[in-house]
Design a protein around this ligand. Structure first.
Ligand code: PEP
Length: 235
């Protein structure tokens, strides 16, 4: 059986006064039948070590160290307390022109540092409207999932680009079609997360789908009052 995971992507949000939210999320995660992971900005990782919540990075450079000003490596994330790392988020693919090959190299770097990768794939609105959704997603898997991916080192997050931060959630039928195809392709054990405007109001409906094992949540993960009901809907 795939594990159940509620992952929060804080993106470029959060200063030190966000600590109480992380502590409240950590406290609420105790006793739940799902893993809870918060991916804060890199600046907060080390200080969130005492918050009682599992931590992840939002990106890692393929190299362990070197002349890459402004970047963060997977060993640095692990050293700061992370055990997970998002790779291939569509905002990174768009803002930093990250390719499938980049995502593949980052995922391997995450594994080498002992991190579990939350590897993101997703189609644009144009691709969906052209009927190319599944072809696009399978091509992303071909290009970005390294050899050796398994249910322990990798989780796949399906995040339609048009649903991220827009308030538009994919319908249960749309999510089911994609997740069923991913399950067929990736086997019975890998956790498959949905991401794209997940909130308390739609979480239970999404988690009721056979091949949805959790969510990668952006906006609704910043506040415990919003995220804890999603965690509970999954548990
Ligand atoms: C995300 O950033 O991965 C995401 C799904 O964002 P939101 O929940 O805000 O749409």
């Amino acid at each position: 059986m795939p594990r159940k995971i509620a992952a929060g992507n804080w993106k470029m949000n959060g200063l030190s006064d966000a600590m109480p939210e992380a502590i409240a999320i950590g406290a609420a995660s105790e006793g739940l039948d799902c893993a809870t992971v918060i991916c804060p900005p890199a600046t907060l990782l080390a200080r969130m070590g005492d918050a009682g919540v599992t931590l992840g990075g939002q990106y890692c450079h393929p190299a362990g160290s070197g002349a890459h000003t402004g970047d963060v490596s997977a060993p640095m994330l692990a050293d700061a307390g992370a055990t997970w790392c998002i790779t291939g988020h569509s905002e990174r693919r768009a803002d930093h022109r990250e390719t499938d090959a980049d995502v593949r190299a980052q995922t391997e770097a995450a594994w080498d540092a002992g991190l579990t990768a939350i590897l993101c794939i997703g189609e644009t609105l144009e691709e969906r409207e052209a009927g190319a959704t599944l072809d696009r997603l399978m091509a992303q898997l071909d290009g970005s999932v390294p050899e050796g991916a398994n249910a322990e080192n990798t989780v796949i997050a399906y995040e339609p680009v048009w649903a991220i931060g827009t308030g538009k959630t994919a319908t249960p039928d749309q999510v089911a079609e994609v997740h069923n195809a991913l399950r067929e392709r990736l086997g019975p054990d890998m956790a498959l997360l949905y991401g794209g405007s997940v909130k308390a109001a739609n979480a239970a409906e999404l988690f009721a789908l056979a091949n949805v094992n959790g969510a990668l949540v952006g906006g609704a993960s910043l506040k415990a009052d919003d995220f804890v009901p999603i965690m509970r809907a999954l548990s």
